[in-house]
Design a protein around this ligand. Structure first.
Ligand code: GLN
Length: 198
């Protein structure tokens, strides 16, 4: 059985937990979800989800509490991470903001709160590499990905800007797959964890 860890220091944690549990039922996989609030949990996890929220707060707490180096070790071991919105900002190389202590898991430069500033949020049907049909992507004060390194694959773009990227086992999304009923991206996270365990 798989263990999925949802970073739970701040942000839309319960939505991600629900989405993982729903995805597990859909693909008939037994998954234990652990909420990560302190050091020592990440090493037990096969896949990590870094939710949206407030990236300055999330990064401050994971560095203060010793969770940050555990996430880096998880990636160094080739295990999957799904980072959404604020999670993407924290996972980035450069967030253009000194108040965010980024982890450098994804070689991208992001600009915080750049998408949907006027309307605050919007939903768009997004074509994503690996999915047959468009995904209903919810953007909430979403980060724009300004620059991607050569080892980063762009999986989806909106408005000619990357909004879904992958570098090895790390996937970063500008939007919030946990806020829709569509579980396909959470299935992918679980499939990656299953593959990673083989
Ligand atoms: N604006 C948030 C930040 O910069 C991210 C927005 C979100 O996660 N919905 O941390």
């Amino acid at each position: 059985s798989l263990t999925a860890g949802v970073l739970a220091v701040q942000g839309d944690v319960s939505e991600h937990v629900d989405a993982v549990e729903r995805a597990a039922r859909d693909i008939d996989e037994s998954v234990t979800v652990r909420e990560i609030r302190s050091a020592g949990v990440v090493p037990d996890c096969d896949v990590l989800l870094l939710p949206g929220g407030e990236s300055t707060t999330i990064s401050r707490l994971i560095h203060r509490d010793g969770i940050a180096p555990e996430i880096s070790e998880h990636v160094a071991a080739g295990k999957p991470v799904f980072a959404t919105c604020a999670g993407l900002i924290v996972a980035a190389e450069d967030a253009g903001d000194d108040r965010v202590g980024t982890l450098g898991l994804l070689d991208v430069t992001v600009e915080r709160n750049a998408f949907g500033r006027q309307k605050d949020s919007f939903e768009a049907p997004l074509d994503i590499d690996g999915l047959d049909d468009p995904f209903p992507a919810v953007f909430i004060r979403a980060p724009v990905i300004d620059a991607v390194g050569e080892n980063v694959d762009v999986l989806a773009s909106w408005d000619d800007r990357p909004v879904a990227v992958r570098q090895g086992p790390v996937v970063g999304l500008s939007f919030h797959p946990e806020l829709t009923d569509d579980s396909r991206l959470h299935w992918l996270a679980l499939f990656e964890a299953i593959d990673g365990g083989e």
